[in-house]
Design a protein around this ligand. Sequence first.
Ligand SMILES: NC(=O)c1ccc[n+]([C@@H]2O[C@H](COP(=O)([O-])OP(=O)(O)OC[C@H]3O[C@@H](n4cnc5c(N)ncnc54)[C@H](O)[C@@H]3O)[C@@H](O)[C@H]2O)c1
Length: 418
Amino acid sequence: MDQFQVKDKSLAPQGHLQIEWAAKHMPVLNIIKTRFEKEKPLKNHIIAACLHVTKETAVLVNVLVAGGAKIALCGSNPLSTQDDVAAALADSGVHVFAWRGQNTEDYYRCIEKVLDFKPTMTMDDGADVVGMLHSKRQEQIKDIRGGTEETTTGVVRLRAMECDNTLKYPIIAVNDAFTKYLFDNRYGTGQSTIDGILRATSVLLAGKNFVVGGYGWCSRGIAMRAQGLGANVIVTEVQPTRALEAAMNGLRVMPMSEAAPIGDIFATATGDLNVIRKEHMQKMKDGAILCNSGHFNVEISISDLEGLSKSKRTMRPNMEEYSLKDGRRLYLLAEGRLVNLSAAEGHPSEVMDMSFANQALCSEYIAKSDKLHTKVYGVPKEIDEKIAELKLHSMGIKIDELTEEQKKYLSTWEMGTT
Ligand SMILES: NC(=O)c1ccc[n+]([C@@H]2O[C@H](COP(=O)([O-])OP(=O)(O)OC[C@H]3O[C@@H](n4cnc5c(N)ncnc54)[C@H](O)[C@@H]3O)[C@@H](O)[C@H]2O)c1
């Protein structure tokens, strides 16, 4: 059985430096690691992890290993693996099966390789491991104690499985912790999406019409950071309350069909498909730039773009120029895959510190719990609050404590107007 498969093992020294740099910015995980080293809460567990193979993920892997787990890891996107990090993990003895630029067949084969290690827990980012176990590897499910899910789209898929009774083991929706989505989805995706767009295009954002598809946690982060760089932000939405929020945050809100002819840059993060499609592309300006930060590469219809085009060429790394039959050119970044992870390095370590602290502590929770049912759980409140406390502490921020009088006041109803 293969023990690992990476692009180039000789990249390991650079990967180790990257991991060291990330770890310096992940104080909460470092605290958890110190405790895990002593207590070994994950002893005898084998975790099948399908995550973006970044320097931050490597820090998480090291924490899980410190806790006694054996890890088999594959990438959760064909373009997001950092090859030097994958090499360093392989060098450290982790069973890693990931490289940047996988085709779809390689991608699913690596998930199978990870499952060959006979896991007792799963750790997903997009629910592809759960999907594989429930479709092709059902005989392994009895050995699985539980799993965790990192992202919104994965949680949506798992809740759909729970609803139609196909889910066969308990999952904790890490995405739904406050210390995950309020920071990772918003500030992480906000900053790293802009980072990806700038690395791929090097264009000025100030003064551009920047169209954001969605106004959820990720997309509002993108809108906020694009606005901060001087772009004129336009939001498209399907939920009235979210659209209203965008409008009251001073942003223009309109349907994609109206935004299409005026946008210079389009960034989607909706978790939905075909948010930008033929009818929109037909109206876009010559030179418009299109990208996506939602989990799957379905938000921009690439088949529509191909259908409208007569040729394409790679202009720069992570940027394809599509020449349309009518002479216009549209620029697609990172093949419509998560631009923040494909064209940049994903979220900064400081936010992944909290997301992955949730992963580590939820894995421990699964290992220690006897009575988890087959359902999608939220992250236990005490874990979420502990992570917020540790993060504040690491940032040197102190907060007030309720006085006894305030506790009493907040738990009674008798006192009203005085
Ligand atoms: N790039 C990353 O690193 C990263 C990080 C976290 C999450 N994600 C992914 O980003 C996506 C969004 O996650 P989120 O947490 O922001 O979800 P969310 O549910 O908070 O927001 C999604 C928003 O998109 C809107 N929407 C849905 N269909 C739409 C359409 N056709 N047009 C316009 N708006 C539409 C929804 O109404 C909602 O407000 C998911 O796929 C998630 O998995 C990516």
